[in-house]
Design a protein around this ligand. Structure first.
Ligand SMILES: Cc1cc2nc3c(=O)[nH]c(=O)nc-3n(C[C@H](O)[C@H](O)[C@H](O)COP(=O)(O)O)c2cc1C
Length: 463
C-alpha cells in the first residue's frame, strides 16, 4: 500500500529543478531526482539485442491505419520520426489480432494479406534510424498485439467482448446487464490468432511481440476476472493468468527466435473484485502480490523484458497518464499529478524488484517535461526500472533522446504539455498526434473532431 494521495491537482509550473524538488518534498511524493543522467545513454543487452540507450517509445495508437488495417501514411511518418529521434526501442502500437478485436476501424490489424505493408513499415523505421545514427545504432522493434475486448468497435459502433460482469466498468463502457460473456471455447480459439499474428510479425521483421494485457482491454480484463465463475479463465490467479501465459508459451514454442513480452497493468486502480492488483481491504490501493507473481511467471516462460502500466483510460485516466488538462467534459482529478507519477514509479519498482534479472520498462513520465531525464535516471540508478518509456512525450518531441545525447538536456519548449489533445482526438474519432508541437498535421484533426462531437451533442439533444 502506498501513501494516501489527496493533494490538489495543479498544472505543471516548475521553472527549474529546485522548484520541482521543493514540490516533491512538500507533498511529499516519493520521486527521485538525479542530476547525473548519463545512465540513460548507456546501452543495454536484451536477448541478444544491444539497445543503444535506455529510452523506449511507448505504444501510442495513431488511429491512422488504411482500410485493410495496414499502416497508413501518418503511421509511417510517426515511426520514422521516432526512429530518427534516437530511442533505442520502439514499441509499436496496439495492433489487432482479429477483425472483431479492433477498437475502431482505423486501428492497425495484422493479417496475411497486409504483412508486406508491415514489413515496409519495419524497413522504413530501421532505415530512418540508420540514416541519422549509422549502422551501429540497432533499434529493437516490438509490436503490441491486442484484442480490445469491452472497447471493441470494429466498425465504429460498440461491439463489446467481455470476460466478466463488472459493476464498475459496465456502466462506463455501455455494457448492458444481459450482455453475454466471451466463452472459454472462444478464448481457446483466440489464442491461436495471437500465435498466427506473432508469426506474421516475425515475418514482417519485428524483433518481438507484446501480448497486451493493460488498460482494461481483453487480456487485461481477464487478469481481473475474479467473478467469472465456472471457467478455466476466471476465479483463481492461475485461471485468470491462463490466457496470457498460454499465449506466451505457445508463441515461444512456435517461434523461438522471436522476443515475447507483455505490457501489463499491474494495478487497475479499480476496487476488488473488478480490478487486478487491487487491495481488497483498502480500495483503491495496490496489492501487488499477484502482479509480481505474474511477472515472475512471464520471466520463467522466457520473456526477456516486461513493460508495466497501470489504470484504465476510460475510468481513471490520471492513473496511467498524469495530465494538466482532462478530456472535454471530464473533471480534473483531486490528486496532484506528481502523486500519480509516484504511484507509477512505486508499482513499476515493485515489479522490477520482483524480476531483477530482466529489464522492466517504466511509464507515465511525460508530465515531467524537461525533467524526465532527471527522474528517469534516478529511477534507473535506484533499480526501479531499467528502461524509461515515453508516450505523449514521443508524440510531442520525438527528437528528445537525440537532444539529450547532443545537448545534454531536453528542450523545455518542445516537451509535451499534458493538454490531453492527443487523447481527445482519439475519443473524437480522428488520427492522434501532438496538437501543440506537430500542429501542422494534428491541429486540424483536433478541431474537426471537436466540431463533430459538438454536432453529435446538439443532434442528440439534452441528455
Ligand atoms: C493517444 C494515445 C494512444 C495510446 N495508445 C496506446 C497503445 O496503443 N497501447 C498502449 O499500451 N498504450 C497506449 N497509450 C498509453 C501510453 O502508451 C502511455 O502509457 C501513457 O500515455 C502514459 O505515458 P506518458 O506519460 O509518457 O504519456 C496511449 C496513450 C495515448 C495518449
Amino acid at each position: 500500500m502506498g501513501p494516501a494521495s489527496a493533494s490538489q491537482h495543479e498544472r505543471f509550473r516548475f521553472a527549474d529543478r529546485a522548484a520541482l524538488a521543493e514540490k516533491i518534498r512538500a507533498l511529499p511524493a516519493d520521486i527521485p531526482l538525479s542530476d547525473d543522467v548519463g545512465v540513460l545513454l548507456e546501452p543495454l543487452a536484451i536477448a541478444g539485442h544491444e539497445l543503444p540507450n535506455r529510452f523506449v517509445v511507448q505504444p501510442m495508437e495513431g488511429r491512422d491505419a488504411g482500410a485493410d488495417g495496414g499502416p497508413g501514411p501518418l503511421t509511417m511518418r510517426r515511426y520514422e520520426r521516432y526512429a530518427a529521434g534516437g530511442s533505442g526501442l520502439i514499441w509499436f502500437e496496439a495492433t489487432a489480432v482479429v477483425p472483431a478485436g479492433r477498437a475502431h476501424p482505423a486501428q492497425l490489424h495484422l493479417h496475411r494479406a497486409n504483412v508486406r505493408a508491415f514489413s515496409r513499415l519495419v524497413s522504413a523505421t530501421r532505415a530512418a534510424a540508420r540514416a541519422v545514427f549509422g549502422e551501429h545504432h540497432k533499434l529493437m522493434l516490438i509490436l503490441q498485439l491486442t484484442h480490445s475486448g469491452r472497447q471493441a468497435r470494429p466498425d465504429g459502433t460498440r461491439c463489446p467482448i467481455i470476460a466478466q460482469r463488472n459493476a464498475i466498468l459496465d456502466p462506463v463502457t455501455g455494457v448492458s446487464a444481459d450482455h453475454a460473456l466471451v466463452t472459454d471455447e472462444e478464448l481457446d480459439q483466440l489464442q491461436q490468432a495471437y500465435v498466427n499474428a506473432a508469426g506474421l510479425a516475425a515475418e514482417a521483421g519485428f524483433d518481438g511481440v507484446d501480448i497486451k494485457a493493460c488498460h482494461g482491454y481483453l487480456v487485461s480484463e481477464l487478469l481481473a476476472a475474479f467473478t467469472r465463475g465456472d471457467s478455466r479463465y476466471g476465479g483463481t490467479f492461475e485461471n485468470r493468468a491462463r490466457f496470457l501465459l498460454e499465449v506466451v508459451r505457445k508463441i515461444r514454442a512456435a517461434i523461438p527466435s522471436l522476443v515475447v513480452t507483455s505490457r501489463f497493468s499491474a494495478h487497475d486502480g479499480i476496487p476488488h473484485p473488478y480490478g487486478f492488483g487491487a487491495d481488497a481491504a483498502e480500495p483503491p490501493g495496490e496489492q501487488l502480490d499477484e502482479p509480481c507473481a505474474l511477472a515472475r511467471a512471464l520471466r520463467d516462460l522466457g520473456c526477456p523484458l516486461l513493460n508495466v502500466s497501470i489504470g484504465n483510460p476510460y475510468y481513471n485516466p490520471h492513473y496511467g497518464r498524469p495530465f494538466d488538462k482532462p478530456l472535454a467534459g471530464a473533471k480534473a482529478p483531486s490528486e496532484h499529478p506528481l502523486m500519480g507519477i509516484a504511484r507509477l514509479l512505486r508499482v513499476t519498482a515493485a515489479i522490477q524488484q520482483a524480476v531483477p534479472e530482466i529489464p522492466v520498462v517504466g511509464t507515465g513520465y511525460s508530465w515531467l517535461r524537461q525533467f524526465i531525464p532527471q527522474v528517469g535516471a534516478a529511477a534507473v540508478m535506484a533499480g526501479q526500472a531499467a528502461l524509461i518509456g515515453l508516450g505523449r512525450a514521443a508524440f510531442a518531441y520525438p527528437d528528445c533522446v537525440k537532444d539529450l545525447a547532443t545537448r545534454g538536456a531536453f528542450d523545455p519548449q518542445r516537451t509535451c504539455i499534458g493538454c490531453s489533445g492527443c487523447s481527445q482526438i482519439m475519443r473524437d474519432g480522428g488520427s492522434a498526434g501532438c496538437i501543440v508541437h506537430d500542429r501542422e498535421v494534428y491541429a486540424a484533426q483536433y478541431k474537426h473532431g471537436r466540431r463533430r462531437a459538438a454536432q453529435v451533442d446538439s443532434e442528440s439533444g439534452p441528455r
